[in-house]
Design a protein around this ligand. Structure first.
Ligand SMILES: [Zn+2]
Length: 463
């Protein structure tokens, strides 16, 4: 095999290298795979140590023979405290990025002409800013092209249909889905015409109309929104025929799987994606999400960061081997997972993973015409778009009382914006809510878990 150039300079992975190595990895034998992963890991660790003052501190004295377990565990809160030292480009500052992100039209544009900027959307802690260099995007693209399709036939069908792809995203906002799509449209002509962004805040009839007109071959989005669309399809108001339906961003419950299958005549494909990891795992024809272990390391651990060989793990540690601007190495991911290494009938030898989700997190408001179910993500998006808030939380109590907890320099002003945005959104859904500012700061629930948006348990007193 002719060698593809690894980087475009500045450490970032070249498009050629990514598009060549993602398929090549699948064809390697086990020892070649292990050697390749080792090289990948050494490259990112070496780069982080040389270019990130924060990692230079963490890795002082580390030589090239290191074991992964020699590297200290990192957490979002520790790293974001030292954002300017975390990144590997000395012209990048948090103030600079936040200034750039104040203008929502910059979503999908390159900060300093080099980096895409996102806010994390994990369920715990407060959000962090994550940058992708072009290499991270090249790897994401290559994995999506090679591994989003369980079979070659799926990929051919998609290709025959002109690669028409509809993504249901939270817009506006600097999230991974919409940002990479808008960027892709700006640099790739097929995507400019073949891909379309549909905002999930669009009223359902309008969304249905738009999708009917676009007629996508691939539909990607949050399972809760796709379930709503599946009902529209079953009711005969929507009539699209995607060859691939991909779920991401949320836990995919069995009920959603069933209704989506009934509506579109195909199994919904699950993928595990986060801002920090990019595509972490993709489904095979046997419905198992195989870890993309050539570009990330997934270490399942217990609550004390002790390794869990297989089975249920409280969380996992992520090492992203494609992000050179903002190294993410042994970084705590708070999703609970079930980790499998026992092989799979599809023949892939990479480990596979189940992501355990929460099922009781739908918010149920009382509307003018009965109950209105709202997924937490919708409320979360409003809160996450308010950059002045250092951390935030919304808790739904009985009688449509929505408690807002925030930490911000100007509490009153920040709260007024939250109240207005969420209030208007709920009003459109026929919900009149009492939105009020809490005296309490954002904090964990009784079990010690932190959720940005949650229902108050019946026993929890109302502040
Ligand atoms: Zn498999």
């Amino acid at each position: 095999m002719k060698k593809a150039p690894i980087t475009n300079g500045d450490g970032e992975i070249s498009a050629l290298f990514a598009s060549k190595m993602v398929p090549a990895y699948a064809a390697m034998d086990e020892s070649a795979k292990a050697a390749y992963r080792r090289k990948q890991l050494q490259r990112i660790v070496r780069y982080a140590k040389a270019h990130s003052p924060l990692f230079a501190d963490l890795y002082a004295g580390l030589d090239d023979d290191f074991k992964l377990s020699d590297l200290p565990v990192t957490t979002k809160n520790e790293l974001k405290e030292r954002f300017d030292d975390w990144v590997t480009d000395r012209t990048v500052t948090l103030d600079g990025v936040l200034g750039f992100m104040k203008d929502l039209d910059n979503n999908g544009k390159l900060f300093l002409g080099k980096y895409l900027a996102f806010r994390t959307s994990g369920s715990t802690g407060s959000p962090a800013v994550v940058l992708y260099d072009k290499g991270t995007i090249h790897v994401t693209d290559a994995i999506n092209w090679e591994r989003n399709f369980p079979t070659l036939q799926d990929r051919n069908n998609y290709f025959i249909r002109g690669c028409k792809s509809a993504s249901l995203c939270c817009t506006p906002g600097f999230n991974l889905g919409s940002g990479t799509l808008i960027y892709g449209q700006s640099v790739n002509i097929i995507r400019r015409f073949g891909s379309k962004l549909f905002g999930i805040f669009t009223p359902l009839p309008e969304l249905v109309k738009g999708l009917n007109r676009f007629s996508p071959a691939m539909l990607t989005g949050y399972p809760s929104v796709m379930s709503d669309l599946a009902k529209e399809q079953l009711a005969g108001r929507m009539h699209i025929s995607p060859v691939l339906v991909v779920s991401c961003g949320e836990y995919l419950p069995d009920s959603s799987k069933e209704i989506i299958k009934a509506a579109f005549g195909r199994r919904v494909i699950n993928s595990y994606v986060s801002t920090e990891s990019g595509p972490a795992a993709n489904e095979c024809p046997f419905g198992r999400m195989h870890v993309n272990d050539d570009w990330i390391v997934m270490e399942p651990v217990d609550s004390e960061n002790k390794p869990v060989a297989r089975g249920r793990a409280d969380k996992w540690l992520l090492t992203n081997m494609s992000n050179f601007i903002q190294p993410i190495i042994r970084y705590e991911m708070t999703d609970r997972i079930i980790y499998h290494d026992e092989g799979c009938p599809c023949g892939r030898t990479t480990p596979w993973v189940e992501v355990e989700g929460r099922t009781n997190d739908i918010l149920r408001f009382r509307g003018e015409d009965g109950e209105v179910a709202i997924i937490p993500l919708l409320i979360y998006t409003f809160l996450n778009n308010i950059l002045d808030a250092k951390s935030f939380q919304a808790i739904l109590h009985d009688e449509n009382r929505l408690e807002i907890r925030i930490e911000a320099d100007d509490m009153a002003r920040t709260f007024e914006k939250v109240k207005k945005d969420i209030g208007e959104f709920l009003a459109k859904k026929g919900v009149r809510a009492h939105i009020y500012l809490s005296d309490l700061p954002p904090g964990p629930d009784k079990s010690g878990k932190f959720f940005h948006v949650r229902n108050a348990p019946k026993s929890e007193p109302q502040p």
